[in-house]
Design a binder for this molecule. Structure first.
Ligand code: FES
Length: 102
């Protein structure tokens, strides 16, 4: 079983999603944030797919927080998906996907 503590690959380094939560002010309390981060892991594994905001909202629909809107969380996930796709493209040398001019 994987827990929030097991997300970071190298000790205390944040994952791309955790960094995006930070940058988009998507962090909530210590009860719901781990739930959001863990619920989103399967979606991130399929980051090559073209997920919509509705898809993301569906994935996090099982995590209820009465304290916030979900907009920053959705923005953080969209940012993470874009970053993961860009990383894939740079590793495979797909210059069109990373926006390079030929
Ligand atoms: Fe975590 Fe609302 S901020 S439940």
């Amino acid at each position: 079983m994987r827990t929030i503590e097991g997300l970071a690959g190298n000790g205390d380094e944040w994952t791309v999603l955790q960094q995006a939560f930070h940058e988009n002010h998507a962090l909530q309390c210590g009860f719901c944030t781990p739930g959001f981060l863990m619920a989103l892991q399967p979606l991130l594994l399929e980051h090559e797919k073209d997920f919509t905001e509705d898809d993301i909202r569906e994935v996090i629909s099982g995590n209820l927080c009465r304290c916030t809107g979900y907009e920053p969380i959705v923005k953080a996930v969209l940012q993470t998906l874009a970053q993961l796709r860009e990383k894939d493209a740079s590793e495979t040398g797909d210059s069109e996907s990373i926006g390079a001019q030929s």
